[in-house]
Every structure is written in C-alpha cells, then in structure tokens.
Design a protein around this ligand. Structure first.
Ligand code: AR6
Length: 178
C-alpha cells in the first residue's frame, strides 16, 4: 500500500524489516544500545555480532534521538538506532519524544544521503505506546518533514507493519493508499 508526498513514495509494508532491501532501517532500540527482544533482537540476529560491538562502542542513545551503525550482514547499509518512549499514560512527554524519533531519523537519512528508509513501529511493542496514536505521529512527522525538508535524496519511506495492530492502524492513518 503506498502513497506519494512531495515526490517521495510512502509505503505501508507488512513483514520483517530485516528482509527489506533499503539503504537504512530504523531500529526500536533501548538507551543502552545493548540489543533486546522484538525488532531489536531480530535486527541483531540478522546483522550478526559485529552490530552489538558497534553499539557498545557508541554506548548510549537518549530517548528521542538516533545513533548510526553499519548494517553488517543485513541487506541495508545503515541501521539507525532510535529510542522511543516507554508509554506512561501520555502525560510525560511521550508524544513529543516519539515525534522526535521520526524527525531525527529523517534528518539522519538526509545527512547520510539515504534514498530509501524503513521505520519499525517505534514504541509499539513492549514500550506500550497506543498503536493508533503512534501511527498518527509517524504519519504526521513524515509528512510535516517532507513539507520543508533539509537537502535530501529520499525517494522511498517504508512504514513496516509486523503485526496486525500496526497494519490496521497504518491503514487508518495513511490517506490515499491504494
Ligand atoms: N520486523 C519489523 N517489526 C518487528 C519485528 C521485525 N522483525 N519484530 C517485531 N516487530 P518492540 P519497542 C515490531 O517491542 O516497543 C526491545 O527489547 C513489533 O510487532 O520491538 O520500541 C528493545 O531493546 C512492534 O510493532 O519495540 C527495547 O528494550 C514494533 O516492532 C524495547 O524492546 C516495536 O516493538 C523497545 O520497545
């Protein structure tokens, strides 16, 4: 399912992000960049142990920010490790922090000359963010960023839905998908 905004294709794609042939994928990591379960675990398994070594050299990523490593054995060139907020009811700045994950990832894609970028559903698993709200934020941040972007080479942005909840929410928030 896809739509276009300002010459960039935005896709909702169902499947495993580690299989995607894109320039960069966005991992839903933790502050210590130590790997974990969910999409983080899948990315570390597919990339191989060098990814954890690279993450340990970086050491830390604040919530809402991004750190970059190579993709190692993954088909992508880069992994952007972003740390989403843990959902604590919505009054602790979770929305702004999640929005920052998307904006910082897009800024990083522009800095690295990335042409295709795939997002996992940041915070939508064990961090407990309500999925529909999270997908609204994803859509809003991507489209707002594309309204007035820095110089960039992006042609394709993929929102990856691994589970039904993200797929259903993505279908609701993305207008004009076909
Ligand atoms: N490809 C794409 N999406 C996936 C995959 C996959 N292979 N596997 C799971 N998802 P989560 P969070 C989806 O829990 O909520 C980790 O332990 C999943 O269905 O991975 O940000 C980290 O180390 C869900 O929609 O990330 C952190 O400690 C989405 O990925 C913590 O979990 C995000 O779920 C981060 O929690």
């Amino acid at each position: 399912m896809l739509t276009r905004k300002h010459g960039v294709t935005i896709e909702l794609w169902r499947g495993d992000i580690t299989r995607l042939e894109v320039d960069a994928i966005v991992n839903a990591a933790n502050n210590g960049l130590r790997g974990g379960g969910g999409v983080d675990g899948a990315i570390h398994r597919a990339a191989g142990p060098e990814l954890l070594q690279a993450c340990m050299l970086i050491g830390h990523c604040p919530t809402g920010d991004v750190r970059v490593t190579p993709g190692f054995k993954l088909p992508c060139r880069y992994v952007f490790h972003t740390v989403g907020p843990v959902w604590r009811g919505g009054d602790e700045g979770e929305g702004e922090l999640l929005a920052s994950c998307y904006r910082r990832s897009l800024d990083t894609a522009a800095e690295k000359g990335v042409k295709s970028l795939a997002f996992s559903a940041i915070s939508c698993g064990v961090y407990g963010y309500p999925v529909l709200s999270a997908m609204h934020i994803a859509w809003q941040q991507i489209t707002d960023w594309l309204e007035a972007p820095p110089p960039h080479q992006l042609q394709r942005i993929v929102l990856v839905a691994y589970d039904d909840a993200v797929w259903q929410a993505g279908c609701r928030v993305m207008p004009g998908i076909s």
